[in-house]
Design a protein around this ligand. Structure first.
Ligand SMILES: *Cc1c(COP(=O)(O)O)cnc(C)c1O
Length: 344
């Protein structure tokens, strides 16, 4: 299969192809000292103007940072919104399906269900890798339009090997969710965009960048796909305050420093966790969290909760397992000190 021949248009829902994007005139033109009487805004208020619907400044900065064109970038209200929009663009309700790994990020299935698209699951093997034969088998099904490939995967923490295999052997859209890529030590697959017109890479400001509250996520893809995302998104999907905050805090040095600190904490946590009486297995991780198999998951989870240490229980979907993320040194110490007291 040669994917340079993929016709993206043939994958898009017909009603979406016919849509005209909402164009905010002021955002698509240059002015020197404009008088804004075009959008029924108030002259008063702390945040009285609509945000830039094209998120120009943010895209220009990201384009510089990622060595791409601004036309290859779409900005969402978190990458969650972009997941929803991608499903809406390519999957006909009640007819088409998405493919996702199991276990993986629940939001893919959530938005598919809202859009009335079936979810086909790829059961991961005991190392949480994809079984390639099963993948090849499943993608024979014509209704599958989008494959959500999460690497590093949430909630398992591991990176998925051989990304290009999935791009080469699927005639639909591959959404590569890189929400945790900064923690992984592996290269981003952004450099594959030129080669694979069916690739969409998702990244986010919510994890390594430390701005989950701002709700800003990115989709990187071909101009053709980005145009579609920009067409279906709500025009003012990212608010003024979030755009400003992200621009103000978009400092790669600070990012790298924070990631370094979190990775050092991760190493310390791993060492501490591995000796614990209540723990059976700490799975290898490329992210800022651990999937941990507990001896008595109910008891351990309950004990943490009793002490107001909130973690993410994955049992029974992943038997015996809890997902715990790396926090501040103080948070991590509280966790370790408590776990030490749990004797089974
Ligand atoms: C946290 C996370 C995201 C980020 O979602 P936002 O909406 O950008 O906060 C995306 N994908 C995965 C797999 C995640 O774990």
């Amino acid at each position: 299969m040669n994917n340079t021949t993929i016709n993206i248009k043939s994958l898009v829902r017909e009603n979406i192809l016919k849509l005209q994007p909402y164009i905010s005139f002021r955002d698509h033109n240059q002015f020197n000292a404009p008088v804004f009487l075009d959008a029924n805004e108030s002259p008063f208020g702390e945040c009285n103007r609509y945000p830039d619907s094209t998120q120009k400044k943010l895209k220009n900065r990201l384009a510089e940072l990622k060595n791409l064109s601004p036309s290859q970038i779409a900005i969402g209200n978190g990458s969650d919104e972009l997941i929803d929009l991608i499903i809406k663009i390519f999957c006909e309700p009640k007819k088409d399906s998405i493919l996702m790994m199991n276990p993986s990020f629940a939001m893919y299935g959530f938005y598919a269900a809202i859009n009335e698209n079936r979810v086909v699951q790829l059961q991961l093997d005991e190392n949480f890798e994809i079984v390639k034969d099963e993948f090849l088998n499943k993608v024979k099904e014509e209704s599958i339009k989008v494959f959500f490939l999460c690497s590093p995967n949430n909630p398992t923490g591991n990176s998925i090997d051989d990304i290009e295999f999935y791009l080469q052997n699927f005639n639909g859209i591959v959404v590569l969710d890189e929400a945790y890529i900064e923690f992984s030590g592996r290269k981003s697959s952004l450099e594959l965009l030129d080669q694979y017109p069916n690739l969409i890479v998702l990244q986010t400001f919510s994890k390594a960048w430390g701005n989950a509250g701002a709700r800003v996520g990115m989709a990187y893809a071909s101009e053709e796909i980005i145009r579609l995302v920009n067409t279906v998104k709500a025009p003012y999907n990212v608010n003024v305050l979030s755009q400003e905050l992200i621009l103000k805090t978009l400092d790669e040095n600070r990012l790298n420093e924070n990631v370094k600190t979190i990775l050092a904490e991760r190493a310390w946590l791993q060492q501490e966790l591995e000796g614990m009486e209540c723990i059976t297995r700490v799975f290898p991780t490329d992210a800022n969290f651990f999937l941990i198999k507990m001896k008595e998951v109910g008891k351990v989870y309950g004990k943490m909760l009793e002490n107001e240490i909130l973690t993410s229980r994955r049992d029974p979907a992943i038997p015996g397992c809890i997902r715990i993320n790396v926090g501040s040194r103080q948070d991590n110490e509280k966790l370790i000190n408590l776990l030490k007291t749990i004797l089974l």
